[in-house]
Design a protein around this ligand. Structure first.
Ligand SMILES: Cc1cc2nc3c(=O)[nH]c(=O)nc-3n(C[C@H](O)[C@H](O)[C@H](O)COP(=O)(O)OP(=O)(O)OC[C@H]3O[C@@H](n4cnc5c(N)ncnc54)[C@H](O)[C@@H]3O)c2cc1C
Length: 301
C-alpha cells in the first residue's frame, strides 16, 4: 500500500540532493523577516540583515507561514481540540510491516511500522487529556500507552524523546500572491489522521515545478501572477477537498455517538467487502489519483 519513511532520512536525502546541485545555494541558520515584491521580482531580508532577490519567492515555511502572512494571504481553519502525542517505541513482537490505527473518542492512535521491532506512535487525545498524559514521567506515559495499544506487540519500551503537537486545520485562502507561491503546510495544514501531509506537499512541488518550467520554456516571467494562477488552479481544489475530507473523517471517528459509530462500521464493512472500492481507497491514500504532476508519475518535465 505504501511506505513509512522516517523524516530524519528524508531530510538528509533532500540536503544531500541540494548540495549536489550547483544551481542551489543553501543558506542555513537564517530567518526570513521581510519580503518586498516589485514589478520585476521580490527581495527578502534575513534576520542577519542580508538581502536576497529573485523573480519568485516560494513559501514552504509551514502552517504558520510568515511568507503567506507578509503577502497578505489570510487563512481559514479551526482547532480540533486534540493534541498529538508523538514518540517511537520498541516492541517484543514484530509488526510485520502493518500500520494500525485505533479510533477512540479522544482521537486516532496510529502505530506505524519502522525498521526492526520499532514503531512510531501518533496518539491524538483531547487537549486536556493530552496535557495530563504529557506531564507523566516515561514509565506512567508508557503504562497509559500500553492500555490503549493492548498486548499484540508484547512488551513496549520508549525509544528517544516524546513530542506534542496541537492539531488544527489551516488553509491559505490563496496559494499565490504577487511574486509569491505557497507549497506544503504553508498552503494547507491538515489533520495527520491519514498521513497525507507530505503527499500533498510533494504534489504541490511537482505541480509548481511543471508550471514554472513550461512557462520558462515559453519565455514567460515565472513570477508573473497569470503563471502562478495556473499552479493555484491545479492544486487549490485538490488540497482543499482532501483537507475537508480528512476533517470529516476526523470528526466521524473521534466520536462515540452510537448512530455515527453504526454508520462508520457499516461503511468500513462495505469497503472491506468490495475489493475494487478498497483498491480505490488505497490508491487515494497513496496519493496516486487525480491530476498527478509528471514528476509524481516518475516522468521528466
Ligand atoms: C503529529 C503529526 C504527525 C504527522 N504524520 C504525518 C505522516 O505520517 N505522514 C505525512 O505525510 N505527514 C504527516 N504529518 C504532516 C507533515 O509533518 C507535514 O505535512 C510536513 O512536515 C509539511 O512539510 P513542510 O515542509 O510544508 O512544512 P514544515 O515541515 O513545517 O517545514 C517548514 C520549515 O520552514 C522553516 N521556517 C519557518 N519560518 C521560517 C522563516 N521565517 N525563515 C526561515 N525558515 C523558516 C521551519 O523552520 C521549517 O523547517 C504529520 C504532522 C503532525 C503534526
Amino acid at each position: 500500500m505504501g511506505f513509512m519513511l522516517e523524516d530524519r532520512h528524508l531530510r538528509r536525502a533532500f540536503f544531500d540532493a541540494m548540495a549536489a546541485e550547483p544551481n542551489i545555494t543553501q543558506v542555513s541558520g537564517e530567518t526570513v523577516i521581510a519580503q518586498m515584491p516589485d514589478a520585476s521580482g521580490i527581495t527578502v531580508r534575513l534576520a542577519s540583515g542580508r538581502t536576497l532577490s529573485a523573480r519568485l519567492l516560494i513559501g514552504c515555511d509551514g502552517r504558520r507561514s510568515g511568507t503567506a502572512e507578509r503577502a497578505g494571504i489570510k487563512r481559514t481553519g479551526w482547532g480540533y481540540g486534540q493534541t498529538a502525542l508523538v514518540c517511537a517505541i520498541a516492541h517484543e513482537q514484530p509488526h510485520n510491516g502493518i500500520a494500525q490505527q485505533f479510533f477512540t473518542p479522544g482521537g486516532p492512535l496510529a502505530i506505524l511500522p519502522l525498521p526492526d521491532n520499532r514503531s512510531a506512535i501518533v496518539w491524538s487525545e483531547a487537549d486536556a487529556t493530552a496535557k495530563t498524559i504529557s506531564a507523566l514521567d516515561d514509565e506512567a506515559y508508557m503504562a497509559a500507552l500500553r492500555q490503549r495499544v493492548g498486548d499484540y506487540l508484547g512488551a513496549l519500551t520508549l525509544v528517544g524523546k516524546r513530542f506534542t503537537y496541537p492539531l488544527n486545520l489551516t488553509l491559505a485562502n490563496a496559494f499565490v500572491a504577487e511574486r509569491v507561491a505557497l507549497v506544503g503546510d504553508a498552503a494547507h495544514g491538515v489533520h495527520p489522521v491519514a498521513g497525507q501531509g507530505l503527499n500533498l506537499g510533494l504534489r504541490d512541488v511537482g505541480a509548481l515545478a511543471e508550471v514554472l518550467i513550461e512557462a520558462q520554456r515559453r519565455g514567460e516571467d515565472i513570477g508573473a501572477l497569470d503563471v502562478l494562477e495556473r499552479y493555484q488552479r491545479w492544486r487549490r481544489f485538490d488540497s482543499t477537498a482532501l483537507a475537508l475530507g480528512m476533517d470529516a473523517v476526523t470528526r466521524l471517528f473521534s466520536n462515540d455517538n452510537p448512530v455515527l459509530r453504526f454508520g462508520r462500521d457499516l461503511g468500513l464493512g462495505v469497503v472491506n467487502a468490495l475489493p475494487g472500492l478498497r483498491r480505490r481507497f488505497i490508491r487515494e491514500a497513496a496519493g496516486l489519483t487525480g491530476d498527478l504532476p509528471r514528476l509524481l508519475q516518475g516522468r521528466q518535465i
